[in-house]
Design a protein around this ligand. Structure first.
Ligand code: SAH
Length: 434
């Protein structure tokens, strides 16, 4: 069965496995995830009826998972023509890509694509002159700025952009500061309904699932967590909950202090790297496990990165040190023998282990992240005239963030209090004090 060849008219982008079995597996997984995404469910229904995205082309660069699939289906139900490429070479799940293609989403993604193929896929999503870009890590939007500057001009196709992850937001903050950002950009990652659940709960659980898959016990282990942001603090808590002794490393004094007050040992990496049974990096910065650390790593140490790019652990230097003594012992788990004889286990070649080794963050939290993305797309469509002339980072409106929280609570059957008129008056007045 060839699902995509005719539509794309380009043999190069054929999904390699389009068998009935693969397709059914993909469709089943998407359906089961949908069942855990009640906010997306209600949005999809609403979008089907009201078609808020009619006539828009939306291009996305996201991890190709069952949860992303449900966002893609929602955007399509809203009337958009939807293009999708993967945001990381190892996170694309081919059966999901196949299933999405069968539903008329233009998918340009397959697992383990090369850097060159990765950018070919990004380009394939930019050629159709998109109106909205939804990114995870900024590669799509940055490439659009570089290769299609005319899209951002007054009569260009781009209305506004949305970013899913911390690393992407940091890149856009730097573009914004340098005057290089040419469109309105909504950092969906910075909405509390996204980062307090997806980042804090999802990242840690994704990594725990990866380590469980290796059949390794957390209890009794010394776990080093690099960074104490949303993702890493969630990871530190989960490792502690499973009985590990957790040491946090940080550069930000406030985050370091927070880790201390939350009961973690905090120390510089250099001083504790030799103690670690597992090291998790989620800093968004490079050389966290640097060349100088490699001969200090303990025998059996597991190295896993949770950050968006594969720069936090110096994988290249690690491979060079192993000098060919490298064995893949499980999918995406490599055993490297160091010159001192110590065995090191590197996950996903230093790419984000929470997506490469497990299925990503669970549907229950992605429900909120992707509901926000869908609502933002609708908001952009409704406010296109105003947004078209903005060239900076804008905040996701608080009402949308609250709408998602209310919808999630309602779906969970949880009611909350409402201010009385008197309380509202008190709360919003500056006059009443002692
Ligand atoms: N925030 C970190 C990386 C964390 S994971 C950083 O930027 O360095 C990267 C992103 O993957 C998250 O923002 C999350 O929203 C997204 N993600 C996680 N699980 C997913 C899933 N199941 N499907 C699609 N995207 C997912």
């Amino acid at each position: 069965m060839k699902l995509c060849s005719k539509k794309w008219g380009n043999e190069k982008y054929l999904i390699t496995d389009e068998s009935d079995e693969t397709l059914e597996k993909g469709l089943d997984e998407i359906r089961i995830a949908f069942n855990k995404m009640p906010v997306i469910q209600s949005l999809l229904k609403d979008f089907e009826k009201n078609k808020p995205l009619q006539d828009l082309v939306i291009s996305c660069c996201l991890h190709v998972t069952k949860e992303t699939a449900n966002l893609m289906r929602t955007l399509k139900a809203g009337g958009a023509d939807v293009y999708l490429c993967g945001s990381n070479p190892l996170s694309t799940q081919d059966h999901i890509a196949t299933a999405l293609a069968s539903e008329g989403i233009h998918v340009y993604a397959w697992t383990n694509n090369t850097d060159e193929e990765f950018y070919e896929c990004v380009d394939a999503c930019l050629i159709p002159k998109p109106n909205i870009l939804i990114d995870d890590g900024a590669d799509l939007i940055v490439t659009a700025h570089k290769n299609y500057p005319e899209y951002f001009e007054k009569d260009g196709c781009i209305i506004a952009c949305q970013e899913e992850t911390t690393t992407g937001v940091h890149r856009f903050e730097s573009m914004d500061k340098n005057g290089a950002l040419k469109a309105a950009l909504f950092p969906v990652n910075d909405a509390s309904c996204k980062n307090q659940f997806d980042n804090e709960l999802g990242t840690g659980q994704g990594v725990v699932a990866a380590i469980y898959g290796m059949h390794v016990l957390f209890a009794g282990k010394t776990v080093v967590v690099a960074g104490y942001g949303h993702c890493s603090s969630g990871m530190a808590l989960r490792a502690r909950g499973l009985g590990a002794r957790v040491i946090v490393t940080e550069v930000d004094p406030v985050k370091a202090l927070k880790a201390v007050f939350e009961g973690f040992e905090v120390a510089p990496m250099n001083e504790i790297v030799h103690k670690a049974d597992m090291i998790f990096t989620a800093t968004g910065c490079n050389n966290i496990i640097a060349k100088s650390h490699l001969d200090k790593l303990k025998n059996g140490c597991i190295l896993a990165n949770l950050g968006h790019f594969d720069v936090e652990i110096v994988a290249k230097d690690l491979y060079a040190a192993a000098n060919g003594k490298i064995k893949t012992i499980r999918p995406s788990v490599e055993e490297l023998i160091m010159p001192n004889g110590n065995k090191i286990y590197l996950l996903a070649q230093g790419r984000l282990a929470n997506l490469a080794l497990s299925e990503g963050h669970p549907a229950e939290v992605m429900d909120m992240s992707f509901a926000l993305q869908a609502m933002m797309a609708r908001y952009i469509s409704e406010n296109r005239q105003v947004l078209k002339v903005k060239h900076s980072i804008l905040k996701v409106p608080d009402e949308l963030n609250n709408d998602v929280a209310f919808a999630k609570l309602e779906a969970m059957g949880i009611k909350i209090d409402k201010w009385t008129e008197e309380q509202y008056k008190y709360h919003t007045s500056f006059e009443e004090g002692t």
